[in-house]
Design a protein around this ligand. Structure first.
Ligand SMILES: *Cc1c(COP(=O)(O)O)cnc(C)c1O
Length: 345
């Protein structure tokens, strides 16, 4: 095993993509005998875990994703980390894992950013420092049961602007596979849902699509999710619609855009969205922390391609919503109270 630590001067911030880099520090805390350890920063990216650890066999794992944004004044913002820890604790409850204290989580995120601050990309590059918190069961076992011991890690890696040449629409297709069941783990951010999505995702890529539109697992009639992102559509009569379903992951980007939509005269609505009705949308997009908004130029369903706005140009509402949310995240514009957390460097 060898560790190759990243150095700030290795990065060409305009061209870094979305991949893992081994930074100097990560936070770890350990749960044992019913309580969390104090936790703190550690230098090695490697962890020593038993081959019998629960997570390797029965998948007791939850994760999160959030970003640190370099402001124009050189400071750094986190965006709604309180929502990440609330969601992680909900995911953890579904997987029979312990809660992690909210305040401690936010302080740990700040500590990881501060310790790796030379890796927060410069303002204006669109690049950010991505934080990946995750928790997993470490108790060795072969029988199926919840672990007694858990490790929580928060590591960071710099990631590039999702769209180098600016926002660009991509093509999606509906598929025959499900990623989660209605009473399953779709609302939990857990690795098993992603394991289930690898084959359909690969099939979509091979067919020339950027990802799959998952339909509801019961009837395959309603739109659920776009790969690892939530769906929105804008109707000709000015509604910002996003699916209501028990098997989709409650996206923080979605919650934020639902709150901002009225600023642009759009009526926010969470509702069932039959795939048969998709031609009512004049713009469609995918929402998530990685891309913020990824415009969807077309969806191919049962061999028929449905185009929204344009296959090459981004619609006006999509662009306005994207610009507004990213301006809040990078601290250029003021958003609703409590969305932005300053990191003391
Ligand atoms: C994380 C995730 C999202 C996006 O959530 P954000 O909080 O906006 O990053 C959407 N769908 C799935 C399946 C996810 O795992």
């Amino acid at each position: 095993m060898s560790e190759t630590k990243a150095k700030p001067e290795d990065f060409d911030w305009e061209n870094i993509g979305f991949s893992y880099h081994d930074l100097p520090y990560r936070y770890r805390a350990y749960y044992k005998d019913g309580q969390w350890s104090e936790g703190g920063l550690e230098e090695s990216s490697f962890m020593s875990v038993s081959e019998g650890a629960q997570v390797f066999h029965y998948g007791q794992e939850v994760f999160e994703g959030l970003k640190a944004y370099r402001r124009k004044d050189g400071g750094v913002n986190l965006f709604r980390p309180d929502m990440n820890i609330k969601r992680m604790n909900k995911s953890a409850a579904r997987l029979v894992m312990p809660e992690f204290p909210e305040d401690k989580f936010i302080e740990a995120c700040r500590a990881v950013v501060k310790a790796n601050q030379d890796f927060v990309p410069p303002y204006g590059t669109g690049a950010t420092l991505y934080l990946r918190p995750f928790m997993f069961g470490t108790t060795p076992m072969v029988g199926v049961k919840p672990a007694d011991d858990f490790t929580l890690v928060i590591f960071a890696t710099p990631v590039g602007a999702y769209y180098k040449g600016g926002l660009a629409p991509t093509a999606y297709e509906t598929g025959a596979y499900d990623r989660a069941a209605h009473a399953g783990t779709g609302q939990a951010k857990t690795s098993g849902n992603y394991a289930a999505s690898l084959l359909p995702g690969q099939n979509a890529h091979k067919a020339g699509f950027s990802d799959v539109v998952y339909l509801d697992p019961r009837l395959h009639e309603n739109i659920e999710e776009l790969g690892g992102a939530n769906f929105f559509g804008i109707t000709a009569d000015g509604k910002f619609q996003t699916p209501k379903s028990p098997s989709i992951l409650p996206s923080i980007t979605k919650k934020s855009l639902l709150a901002l939509a009225p600023e642009f005269g759009l009526e926010p609505e969470e509702t069932v969205i039959p795939v048969a009705d998709i031609d009512k949308f004049t713009e469609v997009g995918a929402m998530g922390t990685a891309a913020v908004i990824s415009p969807v130029g077309s969806i191919t369903h049962n061999g028929k391609k449905h185009v929204f706005f344009s296959e090459t140009e981004v619609g006006p509402y999509t662009r306005k919503l994207y610009n507004r949310l990213t301006a809040i995240q990078f601290g250029d514009e003021k958003g609703p109270d409590g969305w932005v957390y300053d990191v003391e460097l």
